[in-house]
Design a protein around this ligand. Structure first.
Ligand SMILES: *Cc1c(COP(=O)(O)O)cnc(C)c1O
Length: 382
């Protein structure tokens, strides 16, 4: 088949170049490679971009989620409502503080929690909701914030995939109590590994900075910069969740490219959706009514009429040189959560069983996109 011609099409490629390489080299040559001035600058620039008061850079989104739940002082006996339909780190973060993740279902169109799906599983022990902007599709945070306020629950946003997505014209993260972000290479912008917390609360920001750095009351950067000796003290048991200045230097360049990256992803997504109109049984993800996504993951749901099963289709795509991926996982079905107990999650199970993520990256060509679609068209029998 002609679909197999040409080099393998990867599912994601970070858009990195000379500028990032030079920024990383400058950080190395400056002699300051640990958390320092470039991390501080990246935090300010990132917080400003999402419209938050404070940014706290950390080593990953997973550690950001952990610290958010530490800041909320959650622990054993507490329940946190999370979507099962998420990368497993979302649920694991709740386990790290000894609290119990309670899995809620999602709506089919967005893959996100809604006030109704949260309401179906909350109990008197529920203290917080951890909502995900899944695959870069913004959750309806205005509805979720209003519901959580009514129920007296804290709403934490897992915005690992959310940078550049908007709700009501404002960046995801704007007005969030606590939002956690990822700079893993599978996300929209990358620092290799890395994460960020954003919040408007100055006291939380101060505590989060302390918690990421062993609970120290003075950062290592402040101590080094000071002319006179400062003896630090350790106010509570913290962690080493720091980002390096090398990562932050790369992050600053990536942040400058964000608008171009999101514009390109949306353009490619729109073209996919247009081409897939002619393929019966394939329903692509799109923008929700309340906002615009960044298409961090361009996923499609196979309808019952599609003649080939999802896993078989992934195999056919791989043979044709196309690296697609299964759709978002269902955490409650993984061995790590065996025996955990979960409510019925029919939408979650359907999406995780019947969806797949198609290749989409900044430098993707029309020819590559056409190759992906031609495999789907052939399999659909069209
Ligand atoms: C990728 C991802 C994470 C984990 O991010 P890391 O930076 O790799 O720790 C958490 N939650 C969601 C929804 C993700 O997609």
């Amino acid at each position: 088949m002609s679909a197999g011609a040409g080099a393998r099409i990867p599912v994601m490629v970070p858009w990195l170049g000379e500028e990032e390489a030079r920024a990383a080299a400058d950080a190395v040559l400056s002699g300051w490679v640990a958390q320092g001035p470039r991390v501080a600058e990246f935090e300010r620039a990132f917080a400003e971009r999402v419209g938050a008061g404070h940014g706290i850079a950390v080593s990953s989104c997973t550690t950001a989620l952990h610290l958010a739940l530490v800041a909320l002082e959650l622990g054993p006996g507490d329940e946190v409502v999370v979507p099962s339909l998420s990368f497993i780190a979302t649920a694991n973060a709740v386990r790290y503080v000894g609290a119990r993740p309670v899995f809620a279902d999602v709506e089919e169109a967005t893959g996100n929690l809604t006030a109704a799906t949260v309401d179906a599983v909350r109990t008197p022990r529920t203290k917080a909701v951890l909502a995900v902007h899944q695959g870069g599709v913004p959750a309806d945070v205005h509805a979720l914030r209003a519901a959580c306020a009514d129920w007296d629950l804290a709403l934490v946003e897992d915005a690992a995939c959310g940078i550049g997505a908007t709700v009501g014209g404002k960046s995801v993260g704007h007005g969030a109590l606590l939002a956690a972000w990822s700079f893993h290479p599978r996300k929209v912008i990358t620092t290799g590994e890395g994460g960020m917390l954003t919040t408007d609360d100055a006291e939380w920001a101060e505590r989060l900075r302390r918690l990421r750095e062993h609970g120290m009351n003075v950062s290592a950067a402040q101590r080094h910069a000071s002319g006179t000796p400062i003896v630090e003290s350790y106010l509570e048991v913290g962690f080493n969740y720091r980002m390096t200045d090398i990562q932050a230097a790369i992050g600053l360049v990536q942040l400058g490219k964000l608008d171009a990256i999101v514009a390109r992803r949306r353009e490619l997504a729109a073209r996919y959706t247009e081409l897939l109109r002619a393929v019966p049984g394939v329903r692509p993800v799109g923008d929700p009514v309340h906002g615009e996504g960044n298409f961090q993951s361009y996923w499609v749901l196979l309808a019952g009429e599609f003649p080939v099963g999802r896993d078989r289709l992934l195999g056919v795509l791989a043979e044709a040189g196309v690296s697609a991926r299964r759709g978002i996982m269902a955490s409650h079905l993984e061995p790590a959560y065996a025996g955990h107990g979960a409510a019925q999650l029919p939408v979650t199970e359907r999406i995780s069983r019947d969806s797949l993520i198609l290749p989409l990256f900044h430098t993707m060509t029309r020819e590559q996109q056409d190759r992906v679609v031609s495999v789907l068209r052939e399999q659909a029998g069209g």
